[in-house]
Design a binder for this molecule. Structure first.
Ligand code: B16
Ligand code: MG
Length: 219
């Protein structure tokens, strides 16, 4: 039995769905390199850093490039991606998110963001989700990407709670692994056959409630 005090949320795929925007920008960049990058390939980019995403695309195209050029390409992709982010509105928040965040606040849970994205704060601002968060840990604050638990351990620290008092909400396999590596409970958002290490899996946050969260204390 453990007492849960805080919820740590991944961003892309849990609170909002920016995967389509990432895909659009990466596909255009891949095209300029003569690499065929498909929607299926895009699954491999979820939850991983910008530079790692480019490395994966180059692997697919069996290409290598000097580090300076890779940095420039990451910049180029991000500039294009940000054009879409700039147009984002609260309409793009995924189902059940606002209701669940309000319920957590009402019950006194602390809330933090644990995302690989360096654009996380901007996306929370665009979607008006920022006021719900007591702490934001994102790609700017971590050196080790998921499945390393760094992003979630720093989140717990920023909230002043112990890792075992936290629940992580994640849509990526590497993110679920990161939560487990950090000794945290984990709610997978997606398919149970993919997120096999999660304690429970929901399709989206409409399936979550504080009562369901309490059940995780008994597991
Ligand atoms: P940026 P998450 C991740 O966000 C995305 O899932 C992943 O596709 C992206 O490459 C990564 O953020 C970095 O994003 O280029 O904005 O820094 O799922 O960890 O919230
Ligand atoms: Mg994600």
């Amino acid at each position: 039995m453990r007492i849960l005090k805080a919820c740590l949320f991944d961003l892309d795929g849990v609170l909002v769905d920016t995967a389509g925007y990432h895909f659009k920008a990466w596909r255009r960049l891949a095209q300029t390199l003569g690499i065929d990058f498909t929607e299926h390939d895009n699954e491999r980019l979820k939850g991983v850093s910008r530079m790692r995403s480019l490395e994966i695309i180059l692997e697919i195209g069996e290409r290598t490039l000097p580090p300076e050029q890779m940095l420039a390409l990451c910049e180029q992709k991000n500039t294009e991606y940000l054009l879409d982010v700039a147009q984002m509105t609260p309409a793009e928040i995924l189902p059940g998110v606002v209701e669940f965040l309000k319920a957590l606040k009402a019950e006194g849970f602390k809330i933090a963001l644990g995302s690989a994205s360096k654009n996380a704060q901007l996306i929370l601002e665009r979607t008006a989700l920022l006021p719900f968060f007591d702490a934001i840990i994102d790609g700017r604050h971590v050196t080790n990407g998921k499945p390393d638990p760094e992003v979630f351990l720093k989140g717990a620290e920023a909230l002043g709670v112990l890792p075992e008092e936290c629940v992580v909400f994640e849509d990526a396999v590497a993110g679920v692994e990161a939560a487990k590596n950090g000794n945290m409970r984990c709610v997978g958002v997606g398919q149970p056959e993919v997120l096999t290490l999660a304690d429970i899996v929901v399709q989206d946050l409409t399936e979550m409630s504080v009562a369901r969260l309490r059940e995780l204390e008994q597991m």
